[in-house]
Design a protein around this ligand. Structure first.
Ligand code: SAM
Length: 341
């Protein structure tokens, strides 16, 4: 296993399959127009599988497919089967907004996808429309139901909590998760690239979330992670045993244990969600580099890693949006939807 300059292992890789998305969430893609990655630059499934093999050869064991909306990429189950042939991938997961999940859940499961996370910020169709510019809230709920039917029994729901939008729905989402057989993880609103309307006042902190939930449910106990799982979410349990998670990435960042890196759909490798620049793995790949040469590039880069992006943001006195719209247009790699959330 390769470690960085702060002793963090190269354990977990997020692979963005596309920068395109079929929602326009206000905290991620609020603009009318975007600059997309050129089609010819997008890695093929074979290229992705090869890069993943180099990463697993260096010790990575967790792979999460994301985007943009990963299920907009044609035939994702074929990529899942390709990655499944790599026995060193111990945990293969996918994060989706659920919009086109219903039709694909069974084939993703059959192809060997291990875990699924669906983003669900609200149970109210009118709020969903106001926040995502889509009327298809019902499709997301159908996607979640279909995923359960397909056998995804460790289903997770990601909820970004934004003040003035959905902070009054925390308990409703827990209740919904309980009924749907899914564990909810509340995520603090982050000032990542793309969140051009972000302001500190809209962040609902972990403490505020726990206070609101305690007012409704009474005592809330810390609950550990399932065995062998290292995840950014802190888990909690209600008195009846229902569990949920909180990812306090804005008020209590977890940089010190961050073992994640991100590969964009065009093969640019980022060591931190907040990093200004990435390293192109596509160029050497397409110029004929051997696996050993790619491994050397990845090892050399990771061993020098000192990134603590979220902690550095916390030190800022006057904190606002990370990038202006102009800076995002100048380099779309700065966007969360390009980097892979
Ligand atoms: N389209 C897929 C989805 O919606 O799950 C995958 C990509 S999306 C960028 C991944 C995750 O990032 C989602 O759960 C989304 O809610 C989260 N996300 C995006 N912008 C965020 C922000 N500003 N703060 C916190 N989480 C954010």
């Amino acid at each position: 296993m390769v470690h960085d300059a702060l002793s963090r292992p190269l354990a977990s890789l997020r692979v963005s399959l596309t920068d395109r998305c079929n929602l326009r969430c206000r905290y991620c893609m609020p603009e009318e127009e975007y600059v997309w990655l050129p089609r010819a630059s997008i890695l093929t499934f074979e290229e992705i599988a090869r890069v993943v093999r180099v990463f697993t050869g260096l010790g990575a064991r967790k792979v999460r497919l994301t985007g943009g909306e990963p299920l907009l990429r044609h035939d994702v189950p074929t990529l899942v089967s390709l990655l499944r042939r790599n026995e060193q991938v111990a945990d293969l997961a996918l994060t989706t907004n659920g919009m086109v999940l219903a039709a694909q859940a069974a084939s993703l499961r059959a192809a060997g996808l291990g875990r699924l996370t669906v983003s669900l910020d609200t149970l109210r169709p009118d709020r969903f429309e106001a926040y995502t510019r889509s009327k298809r809230h019902g499709d997301v709920l159908e996607g979640i139901a279909e995923a359960r039917r397909a056998g995804f029994d460790r289903l997770k729901l990601n909820t970004v909590v934004v003040k003035g939008y959905n902070e009054d729905e925390l308990a409703d989402l827990i209740e919904y998760g309980r009924g749907a057989g899914a564990e909810v993880r509340f995520i603090e609103y982050m000032d990542v690239g793309g969140a051009t309307r972000w302001s500190p006042e809209q962040v609902v902190s972990r403490r505020e979330m726990l206070e609101a939930l305690a007012a409704r449910y009474g005592r809330i106990e810390p609950a550990g992670q399932p065995a062998g799982v290292a995840a950014p979410a802190e888990r909690f349990a209600l008195a009846d045993g229902t569990t949920f998670g909180i990812i306090a990435s804005t008020t209590a960042p977890f940089c010190r244990t961050c073992d994640r890196s991100r590969l964009t759909a065009d093969g640019t490798w980022f060591l931190c969600l907040y990093a200004a620049r990435g390293v192109s793995l596509r160029d050497p790949l397409r110029q004929g580099a051997s696996d050993a040469e790619l491994a050397e590039l990845i090892t050399g880069t990771w061993t020098g890693r000192t990134d603590r992006g979220a902690e550095r943001r916390l030190e800022e006195v006057e904190r606002g949006a990370l990038y202006s719209v102009e800076k995002l247009r100048a380099d779309p790699h700065r966007e969360m939807h390009t980097r892979g959330g």
